[in-house]
Design a protein around this ligand. Structure first.
Ligand SMILES: [Zn+2]
Length: 202
């Protein structure tokens, strides 16, 4: 499901993620429901699956509705509650990406494929930013990334490939790397010891 964006756009999306992490002091693994609430975005989960509708850019996992009110646009994200938790996290991050990247404004990219690619890249980077993967999962295992950032194996594999590319310097490291590394907070590991990576030294 990876789509090619040009290098400048990768950089801009990385910067948008860094802005979000800095502005809201995000700690990891990201609590996306809390983040949505902070952003004033309503999240509605549907236990019986998504209602039929005509929302643009809807997938089988979720979609976003916008209502323009006197106080500006009000966003509602709808999620299919029946999907696995890790997958729902990715979908919520993806929908927040559409909002944070201004896809409901006139400056949004015209092509839906491009918007989807951007939201996808945003979600992956918000959930598991490359500089944090490198710092917190020094062994760079897919499993370690999945546990540390609470990702599905599919999303962790994507993040893993991105981190490898960055380490191989096929991808220039933008200044947002340093901003993310400096501002993201790592939450205490859970009592069930879910994150053995934290106790292993690099
Ligand atoms: Zn989308």
């Amino acid at each position: 499901m990876s789509r090619k964006l040009d290098g400048r756009r990768y950089e801009e999306i990385g910067t948008a993620v860094a802005d979000l992490i800095e502005d809201y002091g995000i700690s990891y693994p990201v609590d996306l429901f809390a983040l949505a609430e902070t952003l004033g975005v309503r999240v509605i989960t549907h236990r019986g699956g998504l209602p039929r509708g005509r929302a643009a850019a809807r997938t089988e996992d979720g979609y976003t509705n916008v209502n323009n009110s006197a106080n500006g646009p009000q966003f509602q994200i709808h999620l299919d509650q029946r999907k696995p938790t890790a997958r729902r996290r990715f979908t919520l991050a993806h929908e927040l990406g559409h909002i944070w990247l201004g896809h409901f404004t006139e400056s949004a990219p015209a092509s839906e494929e491009e918007r989807e690619g951007e939201a996808h890249h945003f979600a992956s980077n918000l959930l598991a930013p490359t500089p944090l993967i490198c710092a917190w999962v020094p062994q760079l295992t897919v499993d370690g990334i999945a546990r540390t950032f609470r990702l599905s194996e599919e999303a962790a594999s994507l993040a893993h490939r991105r981190a490898l590319r960055a380490l191989n310097l096929q991808h220039p490291q933008g200044e947002y790397y340093g901003r993310i590394a400096a501002s993201a907070v790592r939450a205490e590991s859970e009592p069930d010891g879910g994150s053995s990576e934290t106790r292993r030294s690099a």
